[in-house]
Design a protein around this ligand. Structure first.
Ligand SMILES: Cc1ncc(COP(=O)(O)O)c(C=O)c1O
Length: 429
C-alpha cells in the first residue's frame, strides 16, 4: 500500500514536462492538468476494472471512470469482446451501416420521448446541434441556461451570470463574441422567482431552455423536482423548447436518465458518455417533428466524418444492452448511500445514484453555485492528495463528481470511506 507522502511519480513528471512543451498546459482537456488540486498529473498507462496503473507502476482505484462513461469499469469483458469483433469488420465506413441503426432502435424503443435520434462524436456536438435545431424550429434566437450547469464548449454555452442582474450574462472564456453572449440568458439554479421573472421579461424570445436535470459539473447540485417541473411548465407556456442535457445523467441515473426519473418529457435531449461505453459518442434526439428539420430531411445542417463510427456504436450498444439485462442502478446507489451515511458529520456527501460529491464546510444541501462553501477550494486539494497517496484516484477538482462502476466492490467502498475519514480529519483548515 502506498504511503500518504504521495506516490513516486518521476516518469509522470518527465512526461508532463515534455508534454507542456508541445501541448497547451500539457493536457488535452483542462481539468486533467491538476490545476484544481496542484501537483503533477499522473500519466496512466493502462486500466482494468477499477484500477488505473500509471507509467511509474503505481496502482489507483479509480473514482473518475473517464468522467462517467465507464459504468461497468475499465475493459469490461462484454464491451471489449463486442469491440474486438467490430474491429475485425473494419473501423470506419463513412456510409450507412446497420450498427447505428441497432443502437438507435434500442434507444427509441426504450425511451418514448426520443422518437428520432442522430449520433455525433461528443456531448459538445450534441448540444451545439440541439441548440441550432431549437432556434430553427422556434425562429427565436435566445437560449436560457443555468449558472452551474455545463454543456460542453459550445460558444453560446460558455457564458455565465454577470455580476449584476442574474440574467445579464458575461463570457466564461476568452474568444466569445458579445453577439453570442447577448443571445444567452443565464438563470441561477434553484431559484423559482428568478425563473419566473426571466420568463416574464424574455419568454417570447426564448428558443430553448437547456438544463442538466441533475447538474453534475459544479459538484452535484441536486435540484428539487418542483423546480424542474416549473421550468418545464414555463417553457411550454412561452413556446420555448425544453432541452434536457443528459450527457452525464442519461443511462447512468436510469436508462431514460432524469427524464425517466422525474417523468418530465423534454422536447429534445442530448446524450454522451455512457451511450458510447467509453468511446467518443454523443447524440441528440427527441420529437420527430423537430428532428425532421435536420439535414438531409430539413434545412438545419449538421454532419460528421466519423459520426456513428461503427466501433463506437458497437461499444455503446454492448453497454446499453448490458444495462438493460441487469440494471446496475440500485446496487450502485446503495454504495453511494453507504459513503454518504458513514461520512456524516465529517464530510457532507451529496449523492445521486452512482454519483457522489464530497463537500467541505457545510452540512446543508448545496443546490446552486453560490451555496458552495469557499472552504471547498482549500480543503479538497489536500484530501485529493491524501487519497492519491493511499492509492485512490478522485477527479482532480473539488467541483467534479465521483463516479462508481459495477467493478467497484464493497471493500473498495469501505476502503474509500476509511481513507476519506482520515484525509478529511487531516485536511481540515
Ligand atoms: C452535461 C454535459 N453536457 C455536455 C458535455 C460535453 O460533452 P463532451 O465533453 O463529450 O463534449 C458534458 C461533458 O462533461 C456534460 O457533462
Amino acid at each position: 500500500m502506498m504511503n500518504t507522502e504521495g506516490p513516486q511519480i518521476s516518469k509522470s513528471k518527465l512526461l508532463f514536462e515534455e508534454s507542456k512543451r508541445i501541448v497547451p498546459g500539457g493536457v488535452h482537456s483542462p481539468v486533467r492538468g491538476f490545476r484544481g488540486v496542484g501537483g503533477t498529473p499522473i500519466f496512466i498507462e493502462s486500466a482494468e476494472g477499477t484500477k488505473l496503473v500509471d507509467v511509474d507502476g503505481n496502482t489507483y482505484t479509480d473514482y473518475c471512470m473517464s468522467w462517467g462513461p465507464l459504468i461497468f469499469g475499465h475493459q469490461d469483458a462484454d464491451v471489449a469482446n463486442a469491440v474486438r469483433e467490430a474491429m475485425a469488420r473494419g473501423w470506419s465506413y463513412g456510409t450507412a451501416e446497420p450498427y447505428s441503426l441497432e443502437l438507435a432502435t434500442l434507444i427509441t424503443s426504450w425511451i418514448p420521448w426520443v422518437e428520432k435520434i442522430r449520433f455525433v462524436n461528443s456531448g459538445t456536438e450534441a448540444v451545439m446541434a440541439a441548440l441550432r435545431l431549437a432556434r430553427a424550429a422556434t425562429e427565436r434566437d435566445k437560449i436560457l441556461k443555468f449558472d452551474g450547469c455545463y454543456h460542453g464548449h459550445v460558444d453560446s454555452m460558455l457564458v455565465r451570470a454577470g455580476s449584476g442582474l442574474a440574467e445579464m450574462a458575461s463570457p466564461d472564456s476568452a474568444g466569445i463574441t458579445t453577439g453570442v453572449v447577448s443571445d444567452t440568458i443565464v438563470a441561477p439554479l434553484n431559484d423559482l422567482e428568478a425563473l419566473e421573472r426571466i420568463f416574464q421579461l424574455h419568454g417570447s424570445e426564448i428558443a430553448a431552455v437547456i438544463i442538466e436535470p441533475l447538474p453534475a459539473n459544479n459538484g452535484l447540485l441536486i435540484q428539487q423536482e418542483s423546480f424542474l417541473k416549473k421550468l418545464a411548465e414555463l417553457a411550454k407556456k412561452s413556446g420555448a423548447l425544453l432541452i434536457f442535457d443528459e450527457v452525464i445523467s442519461g443511462f447512468r441515473t436510469a436508462f431514460g436518465g432524469m427524464a425517466e426519473i422525474t417523468r418530465i418529457k423534454p422536447d429534445l435531449v442530448t446524450y454522451g458518455k455512457v451511450i458510447g461505453g467509453g468511446f467518443p459518442v454523443g447524440a441528440y434526439g427527441g420529437r420527430s417533428d423537430l428532428m425532421d428539420l435536420i439535414a438531409p430531411t430539413g434545412p438545419v445542417y449538421q454532419a460528421g466524418t466519423l459520426s456513428a463510427n461503427p466501433i463506437a456504436m458497437t461499444a455503446g450498444l454492448a453497454t446499453l444492452k448490458k444495462i438493460l439485462k441487469d440494471p446496475p442502478y440500485k446496487r450502485l446507489a446503495k454504495y453511494t448511500k453507504k459513503i454518504q451515511d458513514e461520512l456524516k458529520g465529517l464530510v457532507h456527501v451529496q449523492a445521486s445514484g452512482s454519483m457522489f460529491w464530497s463537500i467541505f464546510g457545510t452540512d446543508e444541501p448545496v443546490r446552486s453555485l453560490t451555496d458552495i462553501p469557499a472552504q471547498q477550494k482549500q480543503v479538497y486539494p489536500k484530501v485529493f492528495h491524501e487519497l492519491l497517496g493511499r492509492g485512490i484516484y478522485l477527479a482532480p477538482s473539488g467541483y467534479e463528481v465521483s463516479f462508481l462502476s459495477t467493478a467497484h466492490t464493497e471493500s473498495d467502498v469501505s476502503y474509500l470511506i476509511e481513507a476519506m475519514h482520515d484525509a478529511a480529519k487531516r485536511g481540515r483548515p
